[in-house]
Design a protein around this ligand. Structure first.
Ligand code: G
Ligand code: G
Ligand code: NA
Length: 259
């Protein structure tokens, strides 16, 4: 299998990267944190599609090694961003696959944070419903440990799964990430669809806030969407309007130019 070979080579030759996408405060557009997004940068083939890589890596089990590599890179990036900004306020959100929640994860994460002098409070663990659906006691124990360690837990792609709401009750969720399909339907389709989308987002926002969670909107591409989401009371947002995911070097340059 060609993609499996790319993955193995990527691990061996160190082609995996953590791109960064800013997450902004919707009230003023200022950067609150960064989401790390895995990229396999093949020297001949260029950037390979992450969704396919993750799918295959989850089937073959290499996702645990890839995840560890991406986590290591992303935390290194956060240390560099911290140096540039001279503050320790921004956070780093990292995506985790169900297969990554092994017993050793909290220890490995703690070691990386110690090495880079980063507080666990600046780390957000992004999971999807798939992680919680496993209903695996070991996974729950690891999540609980990470939460008690001071990391925050974000529930990704919220609103698209089977039983998202019940998870807010049963797991230590701190952040709800509203799926980008909601953002899109705010400004596309009939007036009726747009009105219903506003009501859905408002409902998710109300429930999330009452559960003590902050709410992040995904996939913001236009000023109109930003304005609507801000008015609907969402806290944070990310999307191409603010910035595409980019390599650390580009992010450092962008921030340097802005300051
Ligand atoms: O980055 P887009 O950048 O194309 O990402 C595609 C999908 O892959 C998204 O659903 C995203 O959540 C997931 N993803 C991106 N990076 C990672 C990662 O490091 N680990 C895992 N498990 N999923 C990731
Ligand atoms: O599910 P998750 O939030 O991890 O997925 C992030 C995915 O969304 C990545 O593939 C990322 O590249 C992509 N993405 C980020 N911002 C935007 C955007 O504004 N529009 C679209 N279409 N995709 C986005
Ligand atoms: Na994510």
């Amino acid at each position: 299998h060609e993609m499996e070979q790319n993955i193995e080579a990527g691990l061996k030759e160190d082609w995996f990267e953590a791109y960064l996408q800013p997450i902004v405060d919707l009230s003023d557009g200022r950067i609150a944190g960064f989401e790390a997004l895995m990229r396999l940068n093949h020297p001949d083939k260029g950037i390979l599609p992450p969704a396919r890589i993750i799918g295959i890596a989850e089937e073959t089990g290499t996702i645990a090694r890839i995840g560890e590599r991406v986590l290591e890179k992303a935390i290194g990036h956060l240390a560099r961003l911290t140096q540039l900004e001279g503050t320790e306020t921004t956070y780093l959100a990292v995506n985790f696959s169900p297969l990554q929640f092994e017993q050793t994860l909290p220890h490995k994460l703690a070691a990386l944070l110690l090495k880079h002098h980063i507080s666990p409070a600046r780390i957000v663990i992004e999971i999807t419903e798939a992680v919680l659906m496993l209903d695996n006691p070991d996974v729950h124990a690891v999540l609980k440990q990470l939460s008690e360690f001071g990391c925050r837990i974000a529930l990704d792609d919220f609103g698209t799964g089977y039983s998202s709401l019940s998870y807010l009750n049963r797991f230590p969720v701190d952040i709800v990430k509203v799926d980008q399909s909601f953002t899109r339907s705010l400004t596309t389709g009939t007036a009726d669809i747009r009105r219903k989308s506003r009501m859905l987002i408002k409902g998710i926002r109300t429930i999330s806030h009452q559960m003590g969670c902050t709410v992040v909107a995904e996939g913001i591409e236009t000023k109109e969407q930003w304005e609507l989401l801000r008015k609907l009371g969402l806290d944070f947002g990310q999307g191409y309007l603010f910035s595409r995911p980019m390599p650390i070097e580009n992010m450092l340059l962008m921030l340097e130019m802005e300051s």
